[in-house]
Ligand binder design. Structure first.
Ligand SMILES: [Zn+2]
Length: 328
């Protein structure tokens, strides 16, 4: 363990300030969490499954008019320009009912935090932020989901435990909220560092090669990678979503794609605008988290949000239900 007392104090001081700020904005965010007028809103527990059950059935796969009704206020409180370097102020404040488990530290010593909900035998996991600041909206989405499940714990089935790793690459996110925030502080693309078809070299031209990019000195060389591998190995997890952005679609793990992971991808595509099969970029994907998860018996997909700023919260609430009720 690293000694982070000084850092912890500073972070504590900073977070304290943020909590104060958040309290001021709590009403606003509360309106986002409950967009309908209170008078017409049924009991919380009743409201949640209805949202999940009716939206996909009534909405064509290619267009989601209801999303525009539920999403516009979503990113406002968490725009990076307002809160950088911590764009997660409000959701974290709401999520503080539960302390996260720190499963390891980044190269720069930032904590890797997992939130756990429910206590059922079937573990489901969401991993966000593997590409750091380039895909910072995945971290925002994770924070929103954490806040949501904290507020509506009944969405977790009794036989399921949900784990949310809110940011696997906090160093990249802290560096910059653009393409230069993609790598960890060793210049490693964490989604090329897992021990599944790991390769030291690959064709980089046109494939996220904004900075000198490495897959690591060896498979699993990075502390972020190892922390997640250890966590996956120590828990009974059978399905996983690794969030990315943007726009390429849904990538099942496995080489070739593993059958159950394809089924998970198809189920997600059936309730969302995310495409499956995904866009063929011509890029080679080596050492990915989804491939590694599949190699350990976990059904897994890489899932790309629509763009680099929106969280598509309404859609991903429906996808959360898919993940929680998936039968591997
Ligand atoms: Zn990505």
């Amino acid at each position: 363990m690293k000694n982070n007392n000084g850092r912890s104090f500073l972070i504590g001081f900073f977070v304290g300030g943020l909590l104060l700020f958040s309290a001021v904005n709590f009403q606003k965010f509360g309106a986002f969490m409950n967009p309908k007028p209170a008078a017409s809103t049924p009991a919380i527990a009743d409201n949640v499954p209805r949202l999940i059950a009716t939206e996909p059935a009534q909405t064509p796969a290619q267009s989601h008019p209801q999303d525009t009704a539920t999403l516009p206020s979503t990113p406002e409180p968490v725009r990076p320009t307002q809160t950088f370097p911590s764009p997660t102020v409000t959701p974290l404040a709401l999520a503080n009912e539960q302390e996260p488990e720190v499963i390891g530290y980044s190269v720069n010593g930032l904590p890797l935090e997992v939130y756990t909900f429910g206590s059922g035998a079937h573990g489901r996991m969401i991993v966000a932020g593997i590409h750091g600041g380039d895909e910072w909206n995945t971290v925002t989405l994770a924070n929103q989901l954490i806040a949501y499940v904290n507020q509506y714990p009944d969405v977790i089935p009794s036989d399921v435990t949900l784990y949310i790793l809110r940011n696997l690459n906090p160093d990249g996110e802290a560096r910059s909220h653009d393409k230069y925030g993609r790598l960890n502080s060793n210049g490693v693309d964490l989604n090329r560092n897992f021990p599944a078809n790991w390769q030291a070299d690959w064709e980089r031209a046109g494939c996220w090669n904004y900075l000198p990019t490495s897959s690591g000195s060896s498979a699993g060389s990075e502390p972020e990678t190892r922390a997640l591998m250890e966590f996956l190995g120590g828990h009974r997890i059978d399905a996983l979503i690794s969030y990315h952005s943007a726009a390429l679609g849904i990538f099942p793990g496995g080489e070739p794609w593993e059958e159950d992971s394809v089924r998970l991808a198809e189920a997600i595509a059936g309730v969302s605008p995310y495409r499956f099969p995904p866009l063929d970029t011509g890029c080679v994907y080596t050492g990915t988290l989804a491939d590694y998860a599949v190699s350990t018996g976990i059904s897994a997909v890489d899932l790309e949000l629509t763009n680099h700023s929106d969280t598509d919260f309404g859609v991903n609430l429906t996808i959360l239900d898919i993940l929680l009720t998936f039968q591997p």
